[in-house]
Design a protein around this ligand. Structure first.
Ligand SMILES: Cc1ncc(COP(=O)(O)O)c(C=O)c1O
Length: 390
């Protein structure tokens, strides 16, 4: 096959005139911090996912941090989460003064296993922080049932799950739980840096809103508008986590484009599935079992015993020979030095997550990939397989 000259990056944003016009409009309006576009984005997002309240923030990490802050965790309290996630999920537990406890994932799906969660529950457990990993929903019926049985809160990490549905067909966000979404540059709906916290609970929402802007009394952001006043009260020591209007302008345009972008993601995933179906020892991470997959990631699991090469060799060959970027989602959090040194976690704690980690590679999957890009990635993976088979 002919090697491409231009490197194919692992990810690239997808945008058009609406994003450019929306940004320009936000800049011209003079609202450069939180303003009317943020309010419009919150309303549109809440309506789209079916949540009563939505709070736009400058990241999902901020949303997860605030989502935990609402439960006033104390030192010694434990929050159970998955090891197969981005470090932010566990870091926010630490930032809240609590201890992250890692419950292993299902060996096939990589989603946190409710049976493993139950085994980790102690009198110190206060909540569960599941992650809708790669764009597929966790078994929320089982997790919510555990929460009810043991009196725990549930905060859902939906960084990968804009467009994901639960088993009951509702969009992630349309739930009794608080949910944090990411609009980071690589996400299905991207604004660069941004996030959204959704909830149906008015009291939790009001507190999150206040905490996101210094702990100032309600609608403090309006103080520079005709409707506002200079006067505000600080009722608790809050943070500075609000979204800006230029970011919200991108978000509104991306939300309009979401269905089209998702159809493209699905088409690329289908093309990959078809192209790799007959390759021994290379299997895609399963799409199910719960609800609609938002296809945030397309992950292959490479079994060296069956295909004759390792995950690292595939990454190297794709990068060095074929000029294709890939990624790994993720090194299990309990293996990172900070967690090992601080909480005594170690290899062997979560064998299913560790086994998946050893085999996983994420291929480029984004709506702005051309047909040629997709065909090229298929051919490149097949060429690596053929080379090692020979
Ligand atoms: C699973 C998961 N949780 C949380 C985050 C944090 O999102 P953000 O970068 O918007 O803070 C990410 C970001 O990559 C993520 O993948």
């Amino acid at each position: 096959m002919k090697i491409r000259e231009e490197f194919l990056p692992y990810c690239r944003p997808c945008y058009g005139a609406a994003e450019l016009d929306g940004m320009a409009d936000a800049i011209r309006s003079g609202w450069w911090s939180r303003g009317p576009k943020v309010a419009a984005f919150e309303q549109a997002f809440a309506e789209r996912v079916g949540a009563r309240h939505a709070l736009a923030l400058n990241s999902c990490t901020a949303g997860l941090f605030l989502g935990l802050k609402l439960y006033d965790l104390q030192p010694g309290d434990q929050v159970i989460t998955t090891p197969l996630t981005f470090c932010a999920t566990a870091n926010v537990i630490v930032h809240n003064g609590a201890t992250p406890v890692f419950a292993d994932v299902d060996p096939v799906t990589g989603l946190i296993d409710p049976a493993q969660i139950e085994q980790k529950i102690t009198p110190k457990t206060k909540g569960v922080l599941p992650v809708h990993y790669a764009g597929r929903a966790c078994d929320m019926d089982a997790i919510n049932a555990l929460a009810d049985k043991h009196g725990l809160f549930v905060l859902e990490d939906a960084a990968h799950a804009v467009y994901t549905t639960y088993a009951n067909g509702n969009w992630v966000g349309n739930t009794r739980n608080t949910v944090a979404f990411s609009f980071y540059a690589t996400k299905n709906l991207a604004v660069g840096e941004g996030g959204m916290l959704t909830t149906n609970n008015a009291a939790l929402f009001e507190r999150a809103q206040r905490l996101s802007l210094h702990g100032m009394s309600r609608d403090a952001w309006k103080r520079f508008s005709a409707a506002g006043s200079w006067r505000y009260d600080v009722v608790e020591a809050g943070y500075k986590y609000n979204m800006t209007d230029p970011a919200a302008a991108l978000g509104l345009a991306q939300l309009d484009r979401l269905e089209t972008m998702q159809q493209r993601r699905l088409a690329i995933a289908n093309a990959y599935n078809a192209a790799f179906a007959d390759l021994p020892g290379i299997t895609p991470l399963p799409s199910g079992p719960f609800g609609r997959n938002a296809w945030h990631l397309y992950m292959l699991l490479v079994d060296p015993a069956r295909c004759g090469f390792t995950r690292d060799q595939l990454i190297e060959q794709l990068h060095d020979v074929y000029r294709v970027g890939t990624s790994v989602h993720y090194m299990p959090v309990h293996l990172h030095p900070f967690y090992r040194q601080t909480f005594g976690t170690r290899p062997g704690d979560c064998p299913h997550a560790e086994a998946l980690f050893a085999q996983m590679v994420s291929l480029p999957l984004y709506p702005s990939m051309t047909e040629e890009d997709v065909t090229y990635v298929c051919e490149a993976v097949r060429a690596v397989a053929a080379r090692f088979a020979a």
